[in-house]
Write a protein that binds this ligand. Sequence first.
Ligand code: PLP
Length: 406
Amino acid sequence: MTQINQNFCRLPGSYLFSEIGRRVSAYSQENPGAELIRLGIGDVTQPLAPAVTQAMTRAVAEMGTQEGFRGYGPEQGYDFLRQAIARHDYQARGVEIDPEEIFVSDGAKSDCGNIGDLFGPDNIVAVCDPVYPVYVDSNAMAGRAGHYDPQTGRWDRLVYLPCTQQTGFVPELPKGRADMVYLCFPNNPTGAMATREQLKAWVDWANERGSVLLYDSAYEAFISQPELPHSIFEIEGARTCAIEFRSFSKTAGFTGNRCAYTVVPRQLEREGVGLNGLWNRRQTTKFNGVPYVVQRGAEAVYTPEGQAQVRQTIAYYQRNAQLLREGLGQAGLAVSGGVNAPYLWIKTPEGMGSWDFFDLLLRQAHVVTTPGVGFGPSGEGYIRITAFGQAEQAAQAVERIQSVLG
Ligand code: PLP
């Protein structure tokens, strides 16, 4: 009989968003008049920039002509986009990345999940706690996570790096072995950002041990403090120990359009094998490229008009974040994040559990949030709120929460 990958059977159900959905719909059914404000899910709400839609419209028209039609494109992405990325996202910040080190893809989620293909099953994997669940589940599927303990919410072969108030929500270096380390800055869910010095310590640690840092900077566009690094490759030594994931999803509202990229430096080698070549082999075997039309849209993000327009949208979300941060702080809540990220990480009052505070805000303020414990045990006692909603709703949510807690 055909054997299945038993690792899938060890995965716990994806409980978090289904349980939120269940509680919200039960409450709505009991209270059909309640006008809920949803600040839970991390999707964008503002439309694509006109520069992007115009470029995509032109590309669609091209595809309808004999001369302009394109079939399969290069699996790694079209040169025009790889060059634009290298110039604007790296050279402009003093970082030399060759276009051939850039692999355009359909999402940072896919790339974060697929990167594990390059690594053997016996590697020890370290993740932050709380964590973006893709890093954990994709390693569990590959058999690197061991067994899941529903009591603790942990896998027995993973190393968890607690990100708590004491550590400023940035993980400390592991005491023991860790071969693959997922880092995410700006962080989902805590909204924390690591300093240059903190990242330098990680890079030195990884180079000394031969570990690989898997650096997810999907929220890079939200960094507002000028001294902070936007890329791991701004840190000396990173080219020999890091892979970086970036996305147009949150930078330019591409969540429904799908375009991202991964940077694998040529100098990154393990066991004498270059990872750039391995990733190229993986992508050319299992992936057939991002649509031409979408890549033309992504290229337009880097034009002067495109830049001005996407910056405007990010500023809109950043104003929401500031309003939420200040307003919820005035309501007496301890709020972190929201300065260099679209996420706010809020301590529950009086030691309440994450789900209890979620229920209280749902029932009394009609505001939907995300319980922090859903991102890992260290998220207990927190909720996550996103700044991706409409400005009026963010303002209304603040008023409602202030009046409930006031
Ligand atoms: N990385 C992190 C940390 C995220 O929070 C998300 C989306 O929520 C992604 C990656 C996914 O990005 P993409 O839309 O490019 O797949």
